[in-house]
Ligand binder design. Structure first.
Ligand SMILES: [Zn+2]
Length: 461
């Protein structure tokens, strides 16, 4: 009793760096769903209390939801332009897990002390292979790694490079089999073996999408088979843009594998279109059948125009990002509301051009699917944005509101939060997220950026 009182007094006397007062705190890990005050000092949450707390700075969060900052485990945009769109969408950690990076150390070094939000990446099989085969593509391969068979020596060199990236404490292994179609099933199985040995997940864009074999079913069977054979944890990226109308079947396969003890997870984004590089292997002969779309379903991001056979040829030679309108809305909703499926953006904004998911994913889920359509509860949506990805990346102090957790926090207005980014104008900040805090530092204040603050840290294993 006395100890309790003493702790109470100590708490009252303490002055925190920052207090978020009277907000509606929602923490999906603990289920806390009540008005609380949060005390933050030196980048960490130190107190979550029903009693008033005193701070050198106080944010009045009355009427606002206070949640763990969102963790985007699929974020290709890894520069200041993208981090700003992320922050205004409530994201406090953006990770490049699918493509990954190589070399790993140099990538982290380039961002240290200069990032608005937390960042991190996997050791990337694609960039390692591009370096080994001298492919001229930027994010994705477009010539040497696509057009010619890979030699055993090149397979071994890629493997060594990926392993080397893990030694530099990357967050797992990034794999995009569809983009390096000469990767044999044997090679992929070896990479799974490496992931299992290091007890780190593989984040994978599978071999093929769609209903025509080889398609999504056998691609998923490859992943489940390799995970079962090796014990590697595996995360299947953007399930809806691989499975399309077969999303229920894909989720059934993933759930079944999970039930039988495999560590397998997946994610989706809240849009009916995908985006990738038109010069990549995704558009090799047969793409119409594989993706179930034709020229008119392709939208060139640089201009917003829909394509025809002539413009398709022109841009394929040139290279660049193209939006693919290929995912039925009912499949988007099904994946978004399916238990255990995480929300992740797959976003990339390049000088204001791109897919709106790079700017609006999280507020779109909160505004459109939670508030307007009541497709899922607010707590469930937050779970998919915070604790599920935090558990996947194995970070016990991320994605939580509790004493001792990193002070990464999104404060939003549940009645007004909404995305503004569109396919025509993707570079538009979301609305209704007045405060975002990264490692205890306020980066968005009253809906505006604070200038000159770069509290984001590189996350490593
Ligand atoms: Zn992908």
């Amino acid at each position: 009793m006395l100890i309790g009182l003493a702790a109470g007094f100590a708490c009252q006397a303490q002055k925190f760096d920052l207090v978020i007062a009277n907000g509606h705190v929602m923490d999906p890990e603990s289920g806390l769903d009540a008005v609380r005050n949060i005390g933050i000092t030196a980048g960490k949450i130190r107190a979550v209390s029903a009693k008033a707390l005193s701070g050198r700075q106080t944010i009045d969060a009355r009427g606002l939801v206070v949640a763990p900052g969102f963790i985007d485990i699929h974020s290709h945009g890894q520069d200041d332009e993208n981090y700003r769109f992320k922050a205004r969408d409530g994201v406090t950690t953006a990770l490049e897990m699918e493509v990954g990076v190589w070399p790993v150390d140099a990538w982290y070094r380039a961002r240290g002390g200069k990032a608005l939000i937390n960042f991190g990446a996997t050791s990337g099989h694609i960039p390692a292979r591009m370096a080994v085969m001298h492919d001229s593509g930027t994010l994705l391969p477009r010539d040497n790694a696509v057009n010619r068979a890979v030699s055993e020596a090149e397979v071994q060199q890629t493997f060594n490079d990926v392993r080397n990236g893990l030694e530099q404490r990357a967050l797992g292994i990034g794999l995009g089999i569809a983009y390096v179609p000469w990767s044999s099933r044997d090679e992929i199985l070896r990479i799974f073996g490496l992931a299992a040995e290091r007890r780190t997940p593989i984040y994978v864009h599978m071999r093929n999408p769609g209903p025509v074999e080889p398609g999504v079913v056998d691609s998923l069977q490859e992943m489940i088979g390799d995970a079962a054979a090796t014990g590697a944890p595996v995360h299947i990226v953007h399930v809806t843009s691989m499975a399309f109308r077969q999303t229920p079947l894909a989720l059934q396969m993933i759930d079944g594998a999970k039930k039988r003890g495999l560590d397998i997870t997946t994610e989706c984004y809240p849009y009916t279109a995908a985006m990738t590089d038109i010069s990549s292997a995704v558009f090799n002969t047969g793409w119409q059948e594989r993706l179930g779309v034709s020229y008119g379903d392709l939208q060139w991001t640089a201009t917003g125009e829909r394509l025809n056979s002539e413009t398709f040829q022109k841009y394929r030679e040139q290279g660049g990002m193209v939006v693919i309108h290929s995912i039925p809305e009912n499949m988007v909703k099904l994946a978004l509301t399916h238990p255990g499926v995480m929300i992740a953006s797959d976003g990339l904004i390049d000088h204001g051009k791109g897919h709106p998911r790079g700017a609006g994913t999280y507020s779109r889920v909160l505004g459109r699917y939670v508030r307007e359509q009541r497709a899922l509860s607010l707590m469930e949506a937050l779970r998919k944005m915070t604790i599920l990805p935090a558990q996947r990346i194995g970070m016990p102090n991320k994605g939580r509101i509790r004493a001792g957790a990193d002070a990464d926090i999104a404060v939003f207005d549940a009645a007004h939060v909404i995305d503004r980014a569109t396919f025509e104008k993707p570079a538009q900040y979301s609305d209704g997220i007045p405060y975002v805090i990264v490692n205890g530092v306020v980066v968005v204040e009253k809906g505006q950026f604070r200038t000159g603050v770069f509290p984001g840290r590189g996350l490593r294993r």
